[in-house]
Design a protein around this ligand. Structure first.
Ligand code: XIL
Length: 506
């Protein structure tokens, strides 16, 4: 782990020096890798529909949900307005050379140590030409150029290896769109498979495993020195339908163990953090008078399926960090309290768990309250970074870490794709100045909170790479727009990672 962190810091360092001294930026190159060989087979669930959401229309795939604010059944947008002019076709090895730790460039020989108080950790760094033709020493963390550099620099300021900056990636788009790949590689150093590692895509039929597309993502991430968050082992949604047919307690337990063990075994040493159980808590009373979600797992194993899944994951691979992941666990209110009680109980019972994932599909749409929808009454504070901070504190007090796992910020449409009226504006419609300001403010508040709570909060994953490929088709929720260009949200996130104020453009 230490080695990995060092390697990562080193590559961040080299990129920053290269940028400061005029090396070619990775952004202009086409990043192609063996991992994305065109011969990679399409997953069965997308081959017939190519809708890119990883679920397709495979009748064997259950995407049903009991409904909810984040019912996870939305489909990814297929409309891309990517600006092809921003990419030039270059061999991947050129791009990777500038971040290769074996580079013989003398300027790359001394990666800074994390600043843990025992040493300055920040030596003399790159040189930049000043306005009078002289040179000024510039430390990469004085002016980080990308999200991942800014995230690593949190480590320089506070010690440790910094905040990982991740994106949910769809294999389909990674193969199809070079601009998508370039943006991903330039800005992010952690990858989550948007759908490819879920139970349904991995084991669509009982006993027949389909690892190819997920493996391609893992190969790609490794080639790019990205950390991989595994998402997700046990979830009521996007599981195969055959799971619902199981009638017997022992059989369900065996199937769950087999799924957890086979998956962790397959990715041993490659996937470092796993969302073991996802969205076990509903938005109100659901199973047996509790907030626990009513599905085959609770029906057969009761509340304890969660503890069992964590124990199975730990037994299968004790080196992996294990997370419980949910939405609206960042809020003030009943659901967040229910999630907290569940997790606190696991900790108290000595069940192996390392952290909690906050999805943070933040809803900052003005219409949320005006429309008086069912969720408006449940979550009147439609966004509340103060509650997020309080929740981090109570998990830290349990000795747990926190990751932001699926970050996006809606400012226009409160709907999921499958709920949106046909005339709702599409996410490809440019964000207005007012929407962009609000979105930047919201992103700034949440990222600042994570940075303030570092190292408890040490990873931020955005749920997508750029707006056209977000699972929200009616709201431009991500920091990059349809041309892969940074929006005001991007500057706000950069400022928050650097711990400096952000002033929104008027
Ligand atoms: C979403 C994907 O983004 C979509 O492509 C898919 O159609 C449905 O699932 N919570 C989660 C994620 O934990 O796995 C969901 O991802 C979004 C909500």
């Amino acid at each position: 782990m230490v080695l990995m962190a060092d390697r990562w810091l080193r590559s961040v360092w080299i990129v920053a020096l290269c940028t400061a001294s005029g090396c070619a930026s990775a952004g202009g190159n086409d990043v192609t890798t063996d991992a994305l060989d065109d011969t990679t087979a399409a997953p069965p669930e997308t081959s017939s529909t190519s809708n890119g959401d990883g679920t397709g229309s495979d009748p064997e795939m259950s995407t049903s949900s009991s409904g909810g604010e984040d019912d996870s059944t939305g489909a990814a947008s297929t409309g891309s307005t990517s600006d092809a002019s921003s990419s030039s076709e270059t061999d991947a090895s050129d791009t990777l050379a500038s971040t290769d730790e074996s580079s013989s460039d003398a300027t790359t020989s001394a990666p800074p140590e994390p600043d843990d108080g025992s040493s300055s950790g920040v030596g003399s760094t790159g040189a930049e030409e000043d306005s009078e033709g002289g040179t000024t020493e510039v430390h990469p963390c004085d002016r980080p150029r990308t999200l991942k550099e800014a995230g690593a620099c949190v480590g320089f300021r506070k010690g440790g290896s910094g905040v990982r900056i991740g994106a949910a990636v769809a294999h389909h788009w990674l193969v199809a769109d070079s601009a998508y790949r370039e943006l991903l590689v330039r800005e992010f150093d952690s990858l989550t498979a948007e759908n490819e590692m879920k139970w349904g895509p991995l084991q669509p039929e009982r006993g027949s495993w389909y690892f190819d597309t997920a493996d391609a993502l893992v190969d790609f991430a490794e080639e790019q020195d990205m950390m991989i968050r595994g998402h997700t082992l046990v979830w009521y949604s996007q599981k195969p339908n055959w799971v619902d047919d199981i009638q017997n307690v022992e059989e369900f337990r065996d199937v769950m163990r087999d799924h957890v063990e086979t998956t962790l075994d397959h990715y041993r040493g490659r996937v470092h953090r796993w969302d073991v159980v996802n969205e076990a808590m509903a938005d109100g009373i659901d199973w047996n008078g509790t907030y626990l979600r009513d599905w085959r797992a609770t029906q057969l194993l009761g509340a304890d399926y969660i503890a069992e899944a964590f124990q199975m994951a730990h037994d299968a691979d004790p080196d992996v960090e294990l997370y419980y992941n949910d939405y609206n666990n960042d809020m003030a209110g009943a659901k967040a309290d229910q999630v907290y009680a569940l997790v606190a109980d696991l900790v108290e019972r000595g069940i192996p768990i390392d952290g909690v994932g906050f999805q943070l599909h933040v809803n900052a749409t003005p219409t949320q309250i005006a429309q008086g929808g069912m969720w408006a009454s449940l979550y009147p504070n439609y966004y509340n970074s103060g509650a997020f901070a309080d929740n981090i504190d109570r998990y830290a007090a349990l000795g747990l870490k926190v990751n932001i796992t699926e970050f996006d910020v809606r400012v226009r449409s409160p709907f999921h794709e499958n709920e949106a009226p046909p005339d709702a504006p599409r996410s490809s419609e440019p964000i207005t100045a007012a929407e962009a300001r609000l979105q930047a403010k919201v992103y700034y508040e949440y990222v600042s909170t994570c940075v303030e709570k570092y190292p408890t909060c040490d990873a931020i994953t955005f749920w997508g790479v750029a707006d056209p490929y977000s699972w929200y088709a009616t709201d431009p929720v991500l920091p990059f727009d349809g041309n892969y260009l940074p929006k005001p949200a991007y500057d706000a996130i950069m400022a928050a990672l650097q711990g400096v104020p952000y002033v929104a453009p008027q």
